[in-house]
Every structure is written in C-alpha cells, then in structure tokens.
Design a protein around this ligand. Structure first.
Ligand SMILES: Cc1cc2nc3c(=O)[nH]c(=O)nc-3n(C[C@H](O)[C@H](O)[C@H](O)COP(=O)(O)OP(=O)(O)OC[C@H]3O[C@@H](n4cnc5c(N)ncnc54)[C@H](O)[C@@H]3O)c2cc1C
Length: 485
C-alpha cells in the first residue's frame, strides 16, 4: 500500500509532535495533520512564559539530533530561545503546512467497521484518520493543591505555568507555594521585585549549581563553521546527562558523589543554621527530579525572602495558613505545585469495543515499549508510559520512539494490513519485566514519594534502565509484536 495514502493524525506540536512529523516526512508519509490547541508550535516552550523559565539540561543536548543549534547563546538555554529554535525547526522540517493550530482535540474514537479513527475538536468539527499518534506531552496540565479556601482568596493567584503578566509584583507580599523545578526558577526573579516573598517548602530537593555560561560570538561562529567541534560539545553535554541516571541508581557510587556535591554546594552558599537544615534533602538523589540553580539558595538569603519549611493548609480571603499553623497575609499567591503526569483524561480516547483509554490506564499506566497499548489499534504514543529514558536528553528517546512507530507504519503498509494492535501477552510480559526493575532506582523504589510514582505504587514516568537497553528493546521490536487485521 502507498505510504502517502495513509492518513495520520498527530496530537500536539511540541518537540515530540515535531519529531514525529520529521520522521514521517523522512520516510515518505506525507498525508498527516498535526493538531495543536495553541496558536503556535513549540509545546511547553511556547505555552509557558514564567520569569526565569529555562531548560535544566545543557542546551546542545536539548536539540533534535538532526538539527543542531549553533546559535544557543549559553550552555543552558532560556525559554524564548528554545521556543524560537522549535518554531524554526517546524518551518525547516517542512511541517508548517501540516500544523492545524488553535485546534483542541477533545474526542478520539475508533470506528471498527471502517477501521478509522474519528477525531473531534472543541468546536465539534470531525476528522477521519487511519492512524493517531499522541504527542500531547506528559507534563502539561497544572496541578493545584487541594486545600480549603482557595476560591476565597481576594487577590490574584495563578499557577506558575500560567503566568499572569498583567499583575506587577513590585512591592507586593507574594507567597510561592512549592520549592521544586519551577519554583527554583521563579523565586530568584520574584525576589528581585517583591516587597516580601514567602516560599512554602514541603520537602527539600537536591539542587546542583547550574554554572550557566554565555557563549562568546567567536565560539558560536566556531559552532557554525566547524560542525565536528559542535558535535564534540554536544557529546560532552550528553555524557554529563548520562551521569544523572547512574546517580539515581541505588547502590551506585555516583549517587553518593552527587549527594556529596549537592551538600557541599548547599554548605558553601548557606551558613549553618535553620535555613540550611530546612533545605537539606532527606531523600536519596533522583527520588524527585534533581534540580540545577545558581540563584535559588542566594535568593533565600535576601532580607525580603523567607522560606517556611511547611506545606499549605488553607487559603483565606487575605492570605494563607501553613500546615504548621502560621497565618500570613498575602497580596498574590503563586502555585508552583507541578503538573498532572500522564493525564490520559485530557481528551477522551475510545478504542476497540469502546474501551476507554483513561480507564484502561487507571492509576497504573502501562504501554508496550512506551509506544502502544492493546485495545487501541493504530494508536501510538510518541512518549507513553515508561517511554522516557533518564540517561539521555528528551529528544533522543522521542526520536527513538517515533522511529519505531514509523517503521511499524512502513511494515503495515508493506503487508497491506488495515490495523496493528500490540499483542496482549507481549505487553504484559514487558510490563512485568519493568515491574521487577523499578526498585533498582531511587525514583522507582517504594521508599520514594514523588510524581515519578503513582498512588498504586507503580512508576510509569521513566523507563527502568538505560538508553542502550531501551534501544535494544526497540531494535528487537516490530510488526511481529502486533496482531494484524
Ligand atoms: C514548565 C516546564 C518546564 C520544563 N522544563 C524542562 C527542562 O528543563 N528539561 C526537560 O528535559 N524537560 C522539561 N520539561 C518537560 C518538557 O515538557 C519536555 O522536555 C518537552 O517539552 C515535552 O515535549 P512534548 O512535545 O512531548 O510535550 P509538550 O511540550 O508538552 O507539547 C505537547 C503539545 O500538545 C498540545 N496539546 C495537548 N493536548 C492537546 C489537545 N487535546 N489537542 C491539541 N493539542 C494538544 C499542547 O498544547 C502542546 O503544544 C518542562 C515542562 C514544563 C511544563
């Protein structure tokens, strides 16, 4: 069957949607639409604009492998630069004509008789496709705390990832709830202008110095003119990322090294005392996402900033009450309380026999090799449950996932099959193997409470192994793992 006749829908135009489009075009699949609810592509890096937003991994590792970016201005890139890079990639990859922006998909149903997927957007318009690839992003939907009184607050309040640029924070009494990935970026910026800033911290995180350095014009010119030099820098930055996986492996010496390094950084910046004690992590490295920041600890030393080592218990019309009973007046509350991870209820997906994806995933989401799920023929995840590997940059795993998906589509077309559905027994065996691996890692171990693990005790976010193992699973995969119809 002809590749260009296969109608493919991609949901989401973030990095993984763009990687999917790139791979499809490279393999001769031209009949696809990328549905994106935002006005422009870029995903996270288009949607979020909070002050201080930057990537916490090295810039040259946070790029498509086939689209190096000699123009990064520093070794850690900030949001506007990443957004520009991704939008330029969309254009250069030839994806702009395929992107249907401002289109939020709300329903995706499999019509069995015709073996078609019917997609519906929020205006009620319907679209028919043979294949759906979800690139909806797994850290997307703002998660708010669930405490009494939140609606009663009389001042402005918002989630860190939905920044309200209309409110000026100069001289205001601001409360930031949370002290993790987005808070460590937002706190130093807000501290510069707020009259008084209070940061509520439930649990301390491991924070490493970021060591942000700008690249000189000469260096960027070298990146442009001498590609092997750029590749060398990229390899170096990817190698550094690889160390994070070892550091999250229980019993690995690198975990101790990282923890020592984190503690010595803490001790170097913060004087002995209550604040330092409050910020000293009490979990193993990697149980929660490891953070990098040069300015979070120093910001907490400012006269106008206070860290309270307590959670939020209640919001009142004029402020907050902490879990340890302190009452504070506030003009503005900013929730840096994370996202709902792998929130499959973001749109309704019904597969074979009306099977509901959210129900099928339940509180223990599973997928076969991160990309497919029994009961959902011709439906794939660009990054599904356990479809992300910690020792390589996001882009590397995404590219591997979409390569496998597109290879399956090639094989499907060659065989003339209408649908592919992953075999239940293989899916179960693969997930049973993963279940036996989680406890090797600090983020998967039962002692860890973080967004990596669900209430059901499973760790559906990361792949429990390194990229070599993951890639081997994908190399061995293929159409033989699927039932054809
Ligand atoms: C604030 C923030 C900071 C982050 N910082 C880092 C970092 O420093 N380092 C790192 O490695 N990762 C970071 N991440 C994770 C980041 O999301 C990934 O690195 C990467 O951007 C994910 O790409 P994606 O394409 O899979 O998903 P996303 O970037 O989330 O893109 C998904 C796209 O799908 C669209 N979409 C969703 N639902 C629908 C729908 N129903 N209909 C149509 N379109 C839809 C969204 O609008 C979005 O454009 C961060 C995430 C957030 C939220």
């Amino acid at each position: 069957m002809d590749r260009s006749s296969l109608r493919i829908a991609i949901i989401g135009a973030g990095p993984s949607g763009l990687a999917t489009g790139h791979e499809l075009l490279a393999k001769g699949f031209s009949n696809f639409t990328i549905f994106e609810k935002a006005p422009k592509p870029g995903g996270t890096w288009h949607l979020h604009t909070y002050p201080g937003l930057a990537c916490d991994v090295w810039a040259h590792s946070y790029t498509f492998s086939y689209a190096p970016n000699p123009s990064w201005t520093a070794n850690f890139a900030e949001q506007p630069e990443i957004e520009t890079y991704l939008q330029r990639c969309a254009t250069e990859f030839g994806l702009d004509p395929h992107i249907r922006a401002d289109t939020r998909i709300v329903r995706v149903h499999f019509e069995e008789v015709r073996a078609e997927w019917s997609l519906e957007d929020d205006s009620g318009e319907r679209f028919l496709f043979d294949v759906v690839i979800s690139a909806m992003g797994n850290q997307h939907t703002a998660l708010f705390p669930s405490v009494p009184g939140m609606e009663s607050f009389e001042g402005p309040s918002w989630h860190g990832t939905q920044w309200n640029h209309d409110v000026k924070l100069e001289g205001q009494r601001v409360v930031i709830v949370g002290s993790a990935a987005s808070a460590v970026q937002i706190v130093p910026e807000v501290a510069k202008v707020a009259g008084q800033l209070t940061v509520l911290q439930r649990t301390p995180n491991w924070i490493m110095p970021r060591g942000r350095k700008f690249y000189s014009e000469t260096k960027r010119k070298l990146f442009r003119l001498v590609p092997p030099y750029l590749r060398m820098i990229q390899r170096g930055q990817r190698f550094l990322m690889g160390m994070v996986h070892d550091a999250a492996t229980l019993g690995h010496k690198r975990m101790e090294d990282f923890e020592k390094r984190g503690l010595s950084y803490l001790e170097k910046v913060l004087p002995e005392g209550e604040l330092r004690d409050a910020l000293t992590p009490d979990t193993r490295f990697g149980c929660k996402r490891g953070l990098v920041s040069d300015d979070f600890y120093p910001a907490l030393l400012r006269d106008n900033v206070e860290l309270i080592a307590s959670g939020l218990a209640e919001v009142t019309p004029t402020g907050i009450v902490t879990s340890d009973g302190r009452r504070l007046e506030a003009d503005v509350i900013i929730y840096c309380t994370g996202y709902r991870i792998l929130d499959f209820d973001r749109f309704e997906v019904r597969g074979r026999d009306g099977l509901d994806l959210t129900e099928a995933m339940g509180d223990s989401p599973q997928a076969h090799k991160g990309i497919a799920r029994p009961g959902f023929p011709n439906y794939f995840f660009a990054v599904g449950p356990n479809g992300l590997v910690l020792n390589v940059p996001y882009f590397i795993t995404v590219e591997r996932n979409v390569e496998s998906i597109v290879r399956l589509l090639e094989q499907k077309q060659e065989k003339g099959a209408r649908t592919l559905e992953v075999k239940e027994s293989l899916h179960q065996d693969y997930n049973a193997w993963m279940d036996s691996q989680f406890e090797l890692y600090s983020w998967g171990d039962s002692s860890c409470t973080s967004y990596y693990r669900t209430d059901a005790g499973r760790a559906p976010f990361l792949f429990p192994g390194n990229f070599k193992t993951y890639a081997q699973f994908h190399d061995e995969g293929g159409i033989h793992e699927f039932d054809l119809a």
